[in-house]
Design a protein around this ligand. Structure first.
Ligand code: ADP
Ligand code: GN1
Ligand code: MG
Length: 377
């Protein structure tokens, strides 16, 4: 059970500002912390309507230490979700379930700022959906891959330059590496001693950090509009059909590489262990899940990836896993200020799983490349 962040003290102000109760003539039954995100403070609001049915909403306090400009971030999300809504409707889809829809406040704004200067936003809760914290079957993972590929395709003609960069250099691995080096230098000495092996592992791979950014700079990889945070719990599945339904957590939709989306999904979903598993023997790269995702992602992108992008998919997986590992480790060394933790050394445990996966990818490199080749034929 997560503890409630003191920054959420003004939640009732936010609930009042969105005016859901009066809009649906409903009675608020509960406001509970919800989900397993590492960044925002998420609540589910449960209302009882006059006909005694229930209607739920998501209310989130945006993490403005991480997202420094919530109004611009919300401008991105409103514009992107409206774009998606248009495409979904033109395909005859259900735009209330297949994309997030931003709730308006009583004043017609897409967010609310409380008296402590915390920023809140709301979304109708997507009912009859499930959120997976772990891949249940290769089919689930394949479906999520098609959905993430398709998401990117739906945004292919979105005017990328109008998107605000909500976190600068988000997947710039060399920049993340420099931050990591700083954390090693300036972070807690005792913690650094505890993480000696992991620090060495990360430093050993310094020369690989710029592989993707160099290809981008040389024009060998195209810049696209990508999601940038494609872990499995950022997609909702339909509870009845178990089909991938809706991509959520749109805070980081920005220009990026397809390899970021592919790689981040693999690092989380194709691992045989949880992101914070303590028993590292349980953490390996499952090649059949890697194959399922590769197949689905290529299908979802529907021929839009270049040969160079396809060839670099294994590198996307490895670098995104490595990058997440150095981010967890840097946060551990500097006192756990970024990712929410639920136990001592949580970020170190997370870094360890990522590096275990990187090592396993290195051992399985030829097999990964062969799978990519097979799927792209
Ligand atoms: P974070 O950035 O902290 O990860 P998310 O936006 O991913 O926050 O939300 C956290 C969790 O809340 C998700 O993993 C999902 O379980 C749930 N969630 C978010 N939005 C919705 C929604 N509209 N309908 C149902 N569940 C949602
Ligand atoms: C965070 O927001 P959430 O929990 O979906 C993080 C991702 C990391 C992920 C690791 C904005 O994702 O970059 O890969 O944790 N999001 C942000 O689990 O930093
Ligand atoms: Mg999330």
């Amino acid at each position: 059970m997560s503890t409630i962040n003191p920054a959420c003290a003004r939640i009732d102000e936010a609930i009042e500002a969105f005016g859901i109760g009066s809009a649906i003539n409903g009675r608020l039954l509960q406001k509970d912390p919800y989900g397993n995100g590492h960044i925002n403070d998420t609540f589910r609001l449960r209302y009882e309507t006059p006909d005694h049915s229930e209607k739920n909403y998501i209310l989130q306090r945006m993490n403005h230490d991480i997202f420094r400009n919530p109004p611009l971030l919300m401008e991105n999300i409103v514009n992107v979700t409206e774009h998606l809504r248009g495409i979904i409707l033109s395909r005859g889809g259900d735009a209330d379930r297949e994309t997030l829809n931003v709730l308006k406040t009583r004043d017609g704004a897409s967010f609310f700022r409380d008296t402590d200067n915390n920023y809140w936003r709301g979304f109708p809760f997507i009912e009859r959906s499930i959120c997976l914290e772990k891949v249940g079957s290769a089919k689930d993972f394949y479906d999520s891959a098609v959905a993430f590929g398709n998401f990117q395709k739906m945004l292919a003609d979105y005017p990328a330059t109008t998107l605000h960069e909500t976190i600068p250099n988000f997947h710039n691995t060399p920049s993340r590496f420099r931050d990591f080096q700083q954390a090693v230098q300036n972070g807690d000495r005792e913690r650094a001693a505890l993480a000696e092996k992991e620090i060495a592992f990360a430093l050993d791979r310094a020369s690989e950090t710029a592989v993707l950014t160099d290809l981008l700079d040389r024009g060998e990889l195209p810049l696209r509009v990508t999601h940038n945070d494609t872990k499995l719990n950022n997609i909702l599945f339909d509870r009845d059909t178990r089909k991938a339904l809706c991509i959520i957590d749109l805070d980081t939709v920005m220009p990026g590489l397809s390899l970021y989306d592919f790689g981040d999904s693999i690092r989380f979903g194709a691992s045989t262990g949880a992101e914070d598993e303590i028993d590292l023997d349980k953490v390996t790269l499952d090649l059949s899940l890697f194959e399922a995702f590769t197949k689905g992602y290529l299908e979802g992108c529907d021929g839009s990836l270049t040969a160079r992008e396809v060839e670099m998919l294994p590198m996307g997986a490895k670098l995104m896993t490595y990058e997440c590992g150095i981010r967890f480790l840097a946060d551990f060394l500097t006192g756990d200020t970024y990712f929410k933790i639920h136990r001592a050394n949580h970020n170190l445990d997370r870094a360890r799983t990522q590096f275990k996966l990187v090592a396993d990818m290195e051992a399985k490199w030829n097999q990964m490349a062969a799978i990519v080749q097979k799927c792209s034929l």
